[in-house]
Write a protein that binds this ligand. Structure first.
Ligand SMILES: [Zn+2]
Length: 487
């Protein structure tokens, strides 16, 4: 959803990537060492030596040992599954710099303030207003980031880089304020919906969640379910270790036995990893229930994005009631900002027919597809299907998939015709708001949605991000809006 991200100078980036590579090797080895140490403490010191050998409590000793391995096994299995998928978290194919003719080559990268202007979505995503930031020292240290010559592409002077058909063959896709798919200037390719460029690995990753040193790589679409399983099993395993150690430390103290340092280390490790893994598990499940990634969640409540929605050529756009200002409506009314930002017709060398004042632009050829560019309301997640369906889209359709680290998430299947990911009801509501759908049910739910968004706006006074986005949008799409508004 972000067009590009603020990247540290190259040397700093390279240092970080090198540090990540080292961490990716050391930390998994360290984790395996810690588990080995915990196994020795619980199985040998507690189960075999203390309970069976010294106390002659064979039943308790065997129970502790057996239970330990019952808790260890699913954690180890999910961790191995995760390690196997880490090299393939859902990387997006890199484009060829030579194929991207309409991009400005790196040496023509505009001054820093222009680069920031092309990163509107990132500013929104990060929840920070970067207008006040000082321009960073430019060029020589920057990695080669290509910038699309959007103006030339939209005017038809230059063809777009290859690959736009993957987007406009769908009915809905995430786009920039011009209706173009979002460009990654580092990967030299269009970014599929919900992908994010990970500077740690220098690649765009589908539904990238985060770079995880514990697994030595990126957690993304292909392994987020395994990550949740691993964290959950690790949390339960660590809780078991902590409880076992607490019980027998307490017992040993009451009997006046001396405690070894290993016992204290065991309960400490159990407590630390219960909190850490349990916290990661609950956080990840909570995000999964909302169909958000960790990156999506940054500034989510205030983020706006743009989506291109295929227009039915036979459809009349419904006039918006009370619409006096097509960009921003009266604050305090039930109406929110008009999502309609204009239209764009693909393939890009075919311009929309702007002759009609009252109908939507007809298709100019049987192959062309005209999309409405809609801006989402702040905090809207187009892919929010509802908590349970969100959960199943990540963890699997069957209950056993939720526990077994075997199959990839259903959301990894991108064979859908309408969109790369299944769309939630908010998209239909947005279409109602834009006059593209007249469902009375959707209108009622849309009004409820407006009230919710209005209350949220009143709670949040920091609308600088919205303001900067509106400014960018106005400059680009005024022509299209004037041509197609029906009121
Ligand atoms: Zn990228």
């Amino acid at each position: 959803m972000s067009q590009c991200q603020q990247r540290p100078p190259k040397s700093q980036l390279e240092n970080r990537q090198a540090a990540n590579r080292t961490t990716a090797v050391i930390v998994p080895a360290l984790l395996i060492g810690i588990v080995g140490y915990a196994t020795w403490i619980v199985v040998v010191l507690i189960g075999a030596n203390y309970l069976i050998k010294h106390q002659s409590r064979n039943g308790a000793g065997i129970a502790v040992i057996v239970l330990y391995f019952i808790f260890l096994f699913p954690m180890a299995a999910s961790y191995l599954r995760l390690l196997v998928t880490v090299p393939y978290p859902g990387y997006v194919e890199k484009g060829s710099p030579t194929a991207a003719t309409p991009v400005k080559p790196p040496q023509e990268t505009p001054p820093q303030h222009n680069v920031q202007a092309s990163c509107t979505s990132t500013k929104v995503q990060d929840g920070t207003n970067q207008n006040n930031t000082k321009p960073r020292p430019a060029a020589p240290q920057e990695p080669p980031v290509t910038v699309l010559d959007t103006k030339a592409i939209l005017s038809g002077e230059l063809p777009p880089p290859p690959g736009t058909e993957r987007f406009y063959s769908k009915e809905v896709f995430a786009c920039d304020q011009n209706g173009l798919p979002i460009w990654c200037g580092t990967c030299n390719n269009w970014k599929p919906d919900r992908s994010h460029h990970g500077s740690d690995v220098g690649r765009c990753v589908l539904k990238m969640d985060h770079f995880c040193p514990w697994v030595g790589g990126v957690v993304g679409e292909q392994n987020f379910n395994f990550f949740i399983q691993f964290c959950s099993y690790a949390g339960v395993y660590a809780l078991f270790v902590m409880i076992v150690m607490a019980v027998y430390i307490s017992e040993a103290r009451s009997r006046g036995n001396s405690l070894g340092g290993n016992w204290i280390a065991g309960i400490t490790l159990g407590a630390v990893f219960t909190l850490f893994a349990g916290g990661m598990s609950l956080t990840s499940i909570s995000l999964g229930l909302k169909n958000l990634t960790t990156i999506d969640n940054i500034g989510h409540q205030r983020r706006v994005m743009h989506i291109a929605v295929l227009i039915d050529p036979m459809q009349q756009r419904q006039p918006r009631p009370m619409s006096t200002d097509h960009v921003k409506h009266t604050h305090g009314s039930e109406e929110s900002e008009d999502p309609w930002q204009g239209t764009i017709t693909y393939p890009l060398n075919i311009m929309p027919d702007a002759s009609s004042e009252t109908t939507l632009p007809p298709r100019t050829s049987s192959a062309s597809r005209t999309f409405a560019i809609l801006r989402t309301h702040p905090g809207m997640n187009p892919w929010n299907l509802g908590a349970f369906r969100n959960f199943k889209s990540i963890m699997g359709d069957h209950w056993y998939d939720w526990f077994l680290p075997l199959r990839h998430s259903p959301c990894c299947n991108h064979d859908r015709g309408d969109s790369m990911y299944e769309l939630g009801p908010d998209v239909e509501r947005l279409k109602v708001d834009a006059g593209l759908s007249s469902s009375s049910k959707s209108r009622a739910s849309s009004r409820r949605r407006h009230r919710k968004h209005r209350h949220h706006r009143e709670d949040s006074e920091d609308m600088d991000i919205m303001g900067s986005t509106l400014a960018n949008v106005n400059g680009v799409t005024g022509r299209e809006r004037n041509s197609f508004e029906s009121v």
